[in-house]
Design a protein around this ligand. Structure first.
Ligand SMILES: Cc1cc2nc3c(=O)[nH]c(=O)nc-3n(C[C@H](O)[C@H](O)[C@H](O)COP(=O)(O)OP(=O)(O)OC[C@H]3O[C@@H](n4cnc5c(N)ncnc54)[C@H](O)[C@@H]3O)c2cc1C
Length: 549
């Protein structure tokens, strides 16, 4: 969308009929603010939503050193962004420029407006999404500041966590940014304290864990109940689809996610074969939209909440979270997907986060501008990564063990790889050794047919080989196949763990009321569309199961 069109969607003016519809909703009241008074501040949680009746409200970015005006809302316009739905803190501040009269809507009221007044709700939701996109693309918005070295594993972990969770942030590279030392001094830190995360002056954290970050940013919040109709473990495409269908159909729905919504799909910049997106969509954007949709219907999605174990209390599954919390599910959906295997070569573990990466997004691309990089793998994920990175790196070496680019890669993608001038495909080739000191500096590859060895000087290797299911947290009652994928379907009626007279539903595991969907399921098609389809289908079986309880 052109920037002008996007701005029109982001900053609409409500007409009298729309404002009258808003006034009829629960949780709406009239308020007055004097010139200079703040309506809300950056970092505020559960902040209110305002429609301007008279006067002007200025929206400010106060996350950097100097406040910057983002926009000024006038009568008929409204404040707010996606944080109203996700429950995250506000990323901006709002101040009355002159004496103002506003309609004030509570945090709960916003969801009511979106669900009860579909026409008005669509305008507001589209504006929220467009505002985030404008901020993301402006290049001028500070957001969180991450100060750390490009060669630090913790700096990469923090950047990766924030990027996957679509948190707006600016990275200040210790190696390249001249402001860094001055800024660290102001915070009372030295280089040795990095990585440091700062949000204005309100929040300053020294090398926080993902959980600490998630709690500080409102991504992980205390659970609201002890028992849910449906608990979904894993917020990839399958889990997110189940959250949207479950919550929209009235089930109390909780989604527990280890790192960030989107799963494997969140690691790619271009999904071109998902129905309805002819020009492709990035996995991050798809996930962000799905999270909003799930939140709109009332699903709860705490992030940085890994599930460490599963037990059973009578018939009910009980999920054990890191930190000792438990939560009970009437029905459970396992949608923990799969993850790429570490390359079994010397040096791999040492360079994870400082040279070895498992995703190719702008976050990783920033680290290899103008350099040579190596991508390992022959599937679509490796092909997509190679094409994307070719737009940033000087040259991409695509290392494939097999002898044919078209064997495991979709034809459209293999053709694109061949047509990209700065990608060199190395067939019959394997990685033998990774070398470097504090970070990766070269990769040694060997041609298995000719025995030729090459050393490629490069700061980054991207690995997309051999997905392994995330199923090690499951107890023996949940049967798995020889490769640890979760088994489902009628054949499990023979399982010693199956206790009912009826046969298991198509996506039901060996334990009644426990379902599996997406890549973690034995025999699944490893695609976004099939994961989404299975997630949606699982909810239908959940209803069937609950009916008989
Ligand atoms: C780089 C790349 C590009 C791809 N491109 C395409 C494409 O163009 N088209 C296409 O159709 N498919 C593509 N795929 C495949 C597609 O992304 C997957 O098939 C799909 O994401 C599977 O969805 P899922 O929900 O089953 O699992 P996943 O996407 O793997 O998500 C599982 C989620 O569960 C979480 N999790 C795991 N264990 C736990 C735990 N114990 N507690 C809490 N959470 C946990 C993980 O963090 C993850 O977020 C691509 C995959 C990759 C890696």
């Amino acid at each position: 969308m052109a920037e002008n069109d996007l701005r029109a969607v982001a900053f609409p003016k409500l007409d009298d009929a729309q404002i009258a519809a808003l006034e009829r909703c629960v949780g709406v009241s009239m308020k007055r603010y004097l010139a200079g008074e703040k309506l809300f501040e950056v970092g505020d949680r559960d902040f209110k939503f305002f429609v301007i009746k008279s006067g002007e409200v200025e929206i400010l970015d106060e996350s950097g050193e100097m406040p910057k005006t983002i926009t000024i809302h006038r009568p008929g316009e409204f404040t707010g962004d996606v944080a109203h739905l996700t429950g995250r803190p506000s990323v901006v501040s709002a101040v009355a420029r002159v004496d103002c009269e506003v309609y004030e809507v509570s945090a709960e009221g916003v969801r009511e407006v979106l669900n009860r007044c579909p026409d008005l709700g669509d305008i507001i939701l589209q504006a929220f999404i467009a505002r985030r996109q404008l901020l993301r693309e402006s290049g001028d918005f500070t957001g969180l500041r991450v100060i750390g070295s490009r060669y630090s594993q913790d700096t990469f972990r923090i950047r990766d966590f924030l990027a996957k969770n679509r948190v707006l942030f600016t990275w200040l590279d210790l190696e390249a940014d001249p402001q860094v030392n001055q800024l660290l001094k102001q915070f009372g830190f030295t280089e040795a304290d990095t990585p440091v995360v700062a949000w204005g002056r309100k929040l300053i954290l020294r090398n926080p864990s993902n959980r600490e970050l998630a709690e500080a940013l409102g991504l992980r919040r205390p659970l609201e109940r002890a028992v849910y109709d449906l608990v979904v473990v894993g917020a990839g495409p399958a889990g997110l689809a189940a959250a949207v269908y479950g919550a929209s159909e009235g089930l109390s729905t909780l989604v527990l996610e280890r790192t960030a919504p989107g799963g494997q799909a969140g690691r790619t910049m271009r999904i071109e074969n998902y129905l309805g997106f002819p020009t492709g969509i990035s996995g991050g954007e798809l996930a962000e939209r799905a999270v909003l949709q799930a939140n709109k219907f009332g699903a709860c999605l705490p992030v940085a909440t890994p599930v460490t174990g599963l037990t059973f209390d009578s018939a009910y599954p009980v999920l054990h979270l890191d930190g000792g919390e438990t939560v009970t599910a009437k029905c459970l959906l396992i949608s923990t997907g799969a993850d790429y295997r570490m390359l079994g070569v010397e040096g791999c573990a040492r360079f994870e986060g400082c040279g070895v990466y498992y995703a190719a997004t702008p976050n990783e691309a920033q680290l290899c501008h103008g350099a040579d990089v190596v991508v390992v793998g022959g599937g679509n994920s490796a092909g997509q990564a190679a094409v994307f990175l070719a737009g940033h790196a000087r040259k991409v070496y695509l290392v494939i063990r097999g002898d044919n680019l078209y064997k495991d890669m979709s034809a459209y993608l293999a053709r694109r790889v061949e047509e990209t001038p700065n990608i060199e495909v190395l067939l019959d080739t394997e990685v033998r050794r990774l070398s470097g000191n504090s970070h990766l500096s070269s990769v040694e590859v060997v041609n298995n047919k000719t025995g030729e060895v090459r050393t490629i000087a490069c700061p980054a290797l991207f690995s997309f080989i051999g997905a392994v299911p995330w199923s090690d947290w499951l107890p023996p009652e949940i049967e798995k196949d020889a490769k640890n994928f979760v088994r489902t379907g009628p054949a499990l009626a023979q399982s010693p763990h199956w206790t009912l007279r009826r046969q298991p539903f198509l996506l039901e595991t060996s334990r009644p009321g426990v379902f599996a969907a997406g890549d973690v399921r034995s025999g699944s098609v490893k695609r976004v569309a099939s994961a989404v389809g299975e997630g949606a289908m699982a909810v239908m079986f959940v209803h069937e199961y609950l009916k008989d309880m």
